[in-house]
Design a protein around this ligand. Structure first.
Ligand code: ZN
Length: 258
């Protein structure tokens, strides 16, 4: 079972080694900006590495948005990041489920998600799996509550969409972590990656504030149980730099590893 961390993008392999990580996740660009990724000098080294690589798409992407000045660039940026991630041999591109905003029809968000996958197919096809991640909040979110997730999957499941389960987001988003893997799999049929995070925010607080395992409001046993039940690789997106993340990785390897 691979356990890794979200790290700085400058030298992800060195960051992985410093943490004892068997997998890494990083951004290719500033997550708050609509920037297309540039070719990386270390692409060959990353592709040849034993470390499993995941790329996180910018937060600013919201392919569900009813606003076409957000939705259209989001679609294109998602595709650009998918291509750049595939160049690195990444296993998946993680993107947040997005939201339509208060007062808008959530159904339009699901339809927009479908259009994003249709756009990708018309633009040569996705070169790697896109893993949609559940969110802690967002006005009228597509993938916060699992009743919405089920409707999202009705729209995108047939395109081969993957799923990334974030334990902090699920807890803060108001989904019980007990038995969560079975509930997700009943909807999506798959969990490709676990984001193993504790939560500073309380249950159903809507707050996206990650914490080190055991430091926040989540019973660490439930994070461990989710990893074990899913059989998926786990990435910690926790604070504390090398020391904080290395401790989280060691804890998970001891308790969730085989
Ligand atoms: Zn996450």
């Amino acid at each position: 079972m691979r356990i890794g961390a979200h790290v700085d993008s400058a030298d992800p392999l060195a960051e992985a080694a410093a943490r004892g990580a068997e997998a890494v996740q990083f951004f290719l660009t500033d997550p708050q900006k609509y920037n297309s990724p540039k070719p990386r000098a270390d692409a060959d080294r990353i592709r040849a590495s034993d470390i499993e690589v995941y790329v996180h798409a910018p937060y600013i992407i919201n392919v569900a948005s009813p606003n076409n000045r957000i939705r259209i660039p989001s679609r294109k940026l998602l595709m650009a990041h998918a291509r750049a991630a595939a160049e690195l041999g990444a296993k998946g591109l993680i993107v947040h489920g997005g939201h339509v905003g208060s007062g808008a029809d959530l159904e339009a968000g699901f339809a927009n998600w479908r259009k994003a996958f249709e756009y990708a197919e018309s633009d040569g096809g996705l070169p790697l799996p896109v893993l949609i991640e559940n969110t802690a909040g967002g006005d009228n979110a597509c993938a916060r509550r699992f009743d919405a997730l089920a409707r999202l999957w009705d729209a995108v499941g047939s395109f081969g969409a993957g799923f990334c389960l974030d334990t902090c987001h699920a807890f803060a988003g108001g989904e019980d972590l007990v038995g969560i893997v079975d509930r997700v799999k009943a909807i999506t049929g798959r969990i490709d990656l676990i984001h193993a995070n504790d939560s500073k925010g309380g249950f159903d607080s809507g707050q996206d504030r990650h914490d080190n395992l055991g430091n926040g409001k989540i019973d660490t046993e439930l994070v461990v149980a989710a990893i074990r039940a899913s059989g998926a690789p786990a990435i910690v997106e926790t604070p504390g730099g090398i020391d904080g993340q290395a401790a989280d990785i060691a804890l998970l390897r001891e308790r969730a590893g085989n």
